[in-house]
Design a protein around this ligand. Sequence first.
Ligand SMILES: Cc1cc2nc3c(=O)[nH]c(=O)nc-3n(C[C@H](O)[C@H](O)[C@H](O)COP(=O)(O)OP(=O)(O)OC[C@H]3O[C@@H](n4cnc5c(N)ncnc54)[C@H](O)[C@@H]3O)c2cc1C
Ligand SMILES: *[C@@H]1O[C@H](CO)[C@@H](O)[C@H](O)[C@H]1NC(C)=O
Ligand SMILES: *[C@@H]1O[C@H](CO)[C@@H](O)[C@H](O)[C@H]1NC(C)=O
Length: 425
Amino acid sequence: MSEQRNIIILGASFAGIGSTHYILTHLLPALNAQHEAKYHLYIISPSPDFYYRIGSPRTATSTSLLPQEKLFYPLADAFKRYPASDFTLIQATATSLDTNGRFVCFKRHDSSTTEEESLPYHALIVATGSRTPHPAYSMHTSTEATKIAIKETNTRVKFAKSIIIVGGGPTGVEAAGEIGEFLNGKPGWFSTPTPKVDITLITADSLLLPALRPAIGKEAERQLGKLGVKVLYDRRVVDVSTLKSNSEDEKTILTLSKGEKLETDLYIPAHGVLPNSEWLPKNLLNEKGYLETNKSTLRVDRAGPLIYALGDVASYSRNNALDISDALPTLMINLKRDLLSYSPSTPNATIKGRDRVFQPLMKETQFVPIGSGGGVGAAFGWRVPSWMVWLAKGRDYMLGMAVPGYVEGSNFKKEHKWSVDEAVV
Ligand SMILES: Cc1cc2nc3c(=O)[nH]c(=O)nc-3n(C[C@H](O)[C@H](O)[C@H](O)COP(=O)(O)OP(=O)(O)OC[C@H]3O[C@@H](n4cnc5c(N)ncnc54)[C@H](O)[C@@H]3O)c2cc1C
Ligand SMILES: *[C@@H]1O[C@H](CO)[C@@H](O)[C@H](O)[C@H]1NC(C)=O
Ligand SMILES: *[C@@H]1O[C@H](CO)[C@@H](O)[C@H](O)[C@H]1NC(C)=O
């Protein structure tokens, strides 16, 4: 039993962390019990910390609203219960994938060597996620860089006399709500305070929150209005330029598609995300740069056997955390089927039995806090009242649930059982 078979996970956010907990708890014991080889899990992450970006619209507004420390969680603590014989965390960035040689290359950040290293995989899960245009709303490179971006945004929010936020999805609406309430104050029962700062939310769309029904987008506009935020629809930003006198009173000029020019003290891009996939072979990506993933099985069929993708980087995902927690059981059942039936003499053999098929949630579901008092949303097709958005998410952006559940792993204590026709042993 001298052969070592590596399971490699790339990226340590929701998808990578969840997969790591699940595999180490449920799959490694079953695989090692086969006594064919020793299995070892590697997770590769550029940063030593997980970043809870879901809370970032509040923390980037002001750390007095939600402390920065709460958004960073050391990965070493999340995984402390796993033995070094089963598990290694490598602080590095994946730089390439060779699907013929079956290895990944990466560059370490925790040592002085700048040379690239490579690691062969038996199975691989790509979970490198996505990044936002603004550096405070997702981890772009390191913990330090993200903390600097938060600090700088806090300072600029505090002193701005005018702010333009671009993007009508949840990030833009949440950021506008937090900033509006922080600068203009909470509305009273009967009064709306006169705005102290001119805050504008711009969207290229004709409504806010396109994943929800139009009436909910309208309600979001109304709630934002009470916090002194104006909404401009059908405006696309075509050019952004900065006027720098000194960094304190830097101004940004936005040119809109209809030729309008707007000047602002603080411009916050909050439109969409980009997949972290530049390091992958181009032939594995779709036209938008996402890793082409079989939407039923979550395998990356084009990359050869035993390669999977989970989360924002994968083409199946609609870039939300629900599409990770909903898909994880499917991926884990199929991974278990593939790994337990693997035979070195027939690595490409079709696996007996039935694959687990992923069924995405198709019902309108999204919670969008607007300030600390409430928000808008729907769950499983049912519109929910403002107080319920506060209760479920607005209080702490769900930190209290996500940290023990996902990061520390209590959500993954129970194994998802395969059915009789999915079983391979
Ligand atoms: C402001 C904001 C609020 C949100 N709120 C919600 C919400 O309320 N509910 C919800 O369901 N979803 C929400 N989302 C979406 C949610 O955050 C994402 O769906 C989720 O974070 C995706 O997780 P992931 O594991 O796929 O990757 P990500 O969270 O994108 O993380 C990817 C990880 O991979 C690492 N990485 C990148 N490149 C490499 C590389 N080359 N090698 C190794 N590692 C790499 C990164 O450092 C990062 O740690 C929100 C998103 C934003 C931006
Ligand atoms: C997804 O995988 C299944 C099982 O291997 C296969 O039958 C199906 O054709 C694949 N789907 C696509 C779109 O390739
Ligand atoms: C398995 O398929 C790969 C291509 O996907 C090929 O390179 C390899 O030779 C095959 N192995 C066997 C033993 O058939």
